[in-house]
Write a protein that binds this ligand. Sequence first.
Ligand code: PLP
Length: 380
Amino acid sequence: MHYLSVFRIIADMKAFNVSAVVAQPSLRAEVSSLPAYVPGSRAEAAAMAALASNESHFEPLPSVLRTVFDAARTMNRYPDTSSLALRERIAGNLAATVDEVTVGPGSLGVLSQIISAFCRPGDEVIFPWRSFEAYPILVQLAGATSIPVPLRRDEGHDLEAMLDSLTERTRVIIVCTPNNPTGVPVSHGELDEFLGRVRSDILVVIDEAYIEYATAADTPDSLALYRRYPNVCLLRTFSKAYGLAGLRIGYALAGGHLSEGLRKAALPFSVSAMAQQAAIASLDAEGEMRTRVQAVVSEREKLLPALRTAGWDIPASQTNFLWLRCSDESRERLVGAFRDAGILVRGYPGDGVRISLADTEANNRVLAVLANAALREDLR
Ligand SMILES: *Cc1c(COP(=O)(O)O)cnc(C)c1O
């Protein structure tokens, strides 16, 4: 056959979309069934008050910025893949050994290492719901099975129902305290009793992304629980109170042999030298971080009663955000009202709206939007 005829045939196949029958590399079903990430408008978002992601609204500390600039000079080299200096520092702060500390690209990165290190396809991961949106995604990517357990009516973890959900296939349980997006914590007593009733071969991950903002007297003494129960792993991050969300760094505290497994499951060199050095510099500036956290906590203690007095039913947040549970109709109205006021908040279909706290000026704008009583009609 003349080669021009071959081109004709290919062109005809394309025209009739015959190429669809040619086998394509196929994605795993766990991947293809995940929703695609839809970016919002950057230009629009840049002009709005960013109260949708629970970030720190404070600019990076000058001492941390200087450290990052210095560390950037070595970016032609791979970073220390074991993050040893930072792990030593964290271990020192927590009276733990270096072996117990695993650093990763955000606590999400560490959680992904945890799930891939412990779960085979079909294994079950129990977590509260609504909670952090990343949990079901990481579980699905690992080929494991999500067992979301609805929160109680008062927005607390339903620990009894979580215990009832245990099966032979349960490998990991995630407790998120204080919980995102509700801001509600689990108390020390509740958590202690729960841990006493979980089989010792199940890993319990306590995600403490917002622990620095928790001020309640019954906040879990998670280090004590970690020492008492060898199957407990603590997950913490530099993304929120420490203000390093964009650098991607977090860590887990787990028994030495468990931690070794987590480190084996890591993508090599995934934590940059800039992130490692920034985390150390942030720990050096612990006092400044505490001052910043205290400012947010004071704002929270001002906003919460003001909004409750205005008639909003808001759970007592122990974090840097507030939660409004509402119907989908109310959610759309609320998110729209905030957008009209130049404020970006986070709506959760089927559940409600989460509003991050920031400086007094931004928080007062939130109060002004919510002063509109018409928004409060038939919330549930
Ligand atoms: C923000 C957040 C994290 C932090 O994720 P990083 O990967 O450390 O940025 C972890 N858990 C919860 C519940 C969060 O809300």
